[in-house]
Ligand binder design. Structure first.
Ligand code: PAF
Length: 278
């Protein structure tokens, strides 16, 4: 496995490559990322992972400065998982001048849920992902369902901009107790880590009620938010949405229950699908 830091090295390393499968990351890798790399490997072409903590998708009060940078360990994990090439550019390499051209996703998809609580987040994500796509020029790109809305936004962006890239979704990896794996879990102390699974459990609880046939969406959402708040969480949202476009739920549609809440100062997100979109 090669590790390159510049666009020139990346282009040289990929010259003549076809069928590249790409896994973009911000590093501090865990089993969730590695499962995406394994999915990429199934495609048979060269597998490229990027490691870049993207300032554009962090608000000024968020954890850009403290986001764990663990390049050496990340590269060991990627090597052991069969990744062929790591692109780990510096900020100056990827953003050599202020990034005044940005990719603006539509409000109906990007200003709701995560976008409502993290204004500008999806513009930052779409801009860097477009740029990374242009750098790597993959045939396939793999994104985790853990960041469900991000996956939807990237899918729609890729489709509407006619990018010749297949977007593949990887299932969420979970710890034994059910907590969705996330780089931010590392911020939790022991007590918070034990409590953190409550988010997944509340979302599972809502999903179970939906499977039983309940359709009082707002009451289900409110009950889950109250239950988390009673346990000391600061809840941003628990929302039942259509899988297809994250629009308002309707009977007979494949649904997804999404949640975001803060335990201490750590904000966690998770989701559970109910039914399969056709
Ligand atoms: O999901 C992430 O880790 C990031 O949002 C991504 C897609 C690598 C863009 O910075």
């Amino acid at each position: 496995m090669r590790v390159v830091h510049t666009l020139a090295e990346l282009r040289h390393a990929l010259a003549g490559a076809t069928g590249t499968a790409f896994v973009p990351t911000m590093g501090n890798l865990h089993e969730g990322h590695l499962s995406l790399v394994r999915l990429a490997r199934e495609r048979g072409g060269p597998v490229v992972a990027s490691i870049f903590v993207n300032r554009l998708q962090f608000a000024p009060h968020e954890d850009f400065d403290t986001y764990p940078r663990t390049l050496e360990r990340d590269c060991e994990l990627l090597r052991a998982t069969g990744c062929n090439l790591v692109f780990a550019p510096s900020e100056a390499e990827l953003y050599p001048e202020p990034q005044s051209f940005t990719v603006q996703p539509p409000g109906e998809l990007a200003d709701i849920l995560e976008g409502h609580f993290r204004p500008g987040f999806f513009t930052g994500v779409c801009t860097v992902v477009t740029k990374l796509f242009n750098c790597v020029q993959p045939r396939v790109a793999v994104f985790g369902k853990k960041d469900y809305q991000q996956l939807m936004v990237i899918r729609r962006m890729t489709r509407q901009l006619a990018l010749p890239i297949e977007i593949v979704a990887g299932e969420t990896s979970r710890a034994e107790d059910g907590l969705a794996l996330s780089s931010r879990n590392g911020y939790l102390d022991a007590a918070q880590r034990a409590e953190a699974v409550a988010l997944a459990r509340e979302l599972q609880g809502v999903a179970a009620e939906l499977r039983r046939g309940r359709r009082d969406w707002s009451a289900l959402e409110a009950a889950a938010m109250d239950a988390l708040a009673d346990r000391g969480w600061k809840v941003d949202y628990v929302a039942i949405r259509r899988q297809a476009d994250l629009g308002a739920p309707a009977d007979g549609e494949a649904l997804v229950v999404l949640g975001a809440a803060r335990i201490g100062s750590t904000r966690l997100i998770d989701n559970v699908e109910v039914g399969v979109a056709t």
